[in-house]
Design a protein around this ligand. Structure first.
Ligand code: NAP
Length: 327
């Protein structure tokens, strides 16, 4: 039941503000009004968030097409940040399944802040034994990896999986989730990340700076492209009969080519637009709780350090996840 008295009256919070598209120098950590949960939403006292490639897209407004959703001339949402882990501190109308005091994680709106609103349906309860920072690393990157492998490529025990871009936010989850699903994983990454990929469970690692993975003799049941550089035709030749190539990369030309290929051969090619839903986060939570998946947290930063972290993310060579420690 909605109870307005549960919404604290102190109106301000510390947040990373984003009022114009551009590079990280346009972001400013400042005081901002606390958001009020709308119908179907709760407000979360944020303990941790994490950086995703999508936050960089929202910051720059590039590719331009993204502005159709984000705001044509200026960002509609003045606070960046999507991954969230924290404690519910206010409940909006129509929310019956979460209450003030519940520890949750998932996807919210404006999570680089002390408070953020989120749809209740996009949050899951924090599993016992999982801390806020681990949980905050997982939602978008983990759900993307899970849906690419389990749902789109139907990976299971005995599958052979190739992850191209295995060292970034999504890739480090994909290697571990592939293994947890019972697959044998081959990871593609650069030299400095080879040991990390092995430690995460890859049976074989191809250093793309030294070898051409398109020449591998193995035929894969699933190929997930997270780097955006994978040549589609060569990758299709690497597929085993019945195998699936999953493109999860946002660049327009590549996405269109993959989408056309997916129209022609829907079981062989899939373009992933990951869902932010409670069921995915509950499945991820279970993997975190059992220890089958442990987020590869490369570094942690404060809210004030978010602009520098987003600038690094934009360079395209992130290593695992950067977690934003808020409380
Ligand atoms: N479809 C969706 O719903 C969805 C959701 C989330 C993310 N995504 C997309 O998925 C992609 C990956 O996201 P992310 O968060 O993992 O990005 P990220 O954290 O920035 O990681 C990108 C990784 O790509 C690697 N890389 C760069 N060039 C490469 C190459 N030629 N071959 C192999 N690896 C290469 C980099 O490692 P090195 O330093 O080793 O080069 C880096 O670790 C992004 O394009 C993002 O937009 C899509």
């Amino acid at each position: 039941m909605f109870d307005a008295t549960l919404i604290p009256t102190d109106p301000t919070m510390h947040a990373v503000l984003h009022t114009r598209y551009g590079d990280a120098s346009r972001l400013a950590a400042a005081t901002s009004p606390r958001p009020t949960p709308r119908r179907g939403e709760v407000r979360v006292r944020v303990h941790a968030s994490s950086i995703n490639y999508g936050d960089h897209v929202m910051m720059t407004g590039r590719p331009w097409l993204a502005r159709l959703a984000l705001g044509l001339f200026r960002p509609r949402q003045p606070v960046l940040g999507m991954d969230v882990a924290g404690v519910v501190d206010a409940v909006g109308p129509g929310v019956e399944d979460l209450a003030v005091g519940d520890a949750v994680f998932g996807v919210g709106c404006g999570a680089f802040a002390q408070y953020a609103c989120a749809r209740a349906s996009q949050l899951a309860r924090l599993p016992a034994g999982v801390d806020f920072e681990q949980a905050a690393a997982a939602p978008i990157a983990g759900a993307t990896a899970l849906q690419a492998l389990r749902d789109r490529a139907r990976v299971g025990p005995g599958s052979k999986v190739l992850i191209i871009g295995a060292s970034g936010g999504v890739g480090t989850f994909a290697v571990q989730i592939g293994r947890a699903l019972g697959a044998t994983v081959t990871a593609v990454c650069s030299t400095r990340n080879v040991d990390q990929a092995r430690a995460l469970g890859a049976a074989e690692v191809v250093d793309y700076t030294r070898a051409d993975y398109t020449c591998l003799a193995t035929r894969f049941d699933a190929i997930v492209d997270l780097a955006g550089s994978a040549p589609l035709r060569a990758c299709l030749r690497l597929l085993a009969p019945g195998g699936t190539f999953v493109s999860s990369v946002g660049r327009l030309g590549r996405t269109l080519r993959a989408a056309l290929a997916a129209l022609r051969a829907p079981r062989r090619v899939a373009v992933l637009a990951a869902r932010s839903d409670r069921a995915s986060f509950e499945a991820l939570g279970a993997l975190l709780a059992t220890g089958d998946v442990a987020p590869a947290i490369e570094r942690t930063c404060t809210l004030d350090e978010v602009p520098a972290a987003l600038a690094r993310q934009g360079e395209g060579h992130a290593r695992g996840k950067t977690v934003v420690r808020v409380a």
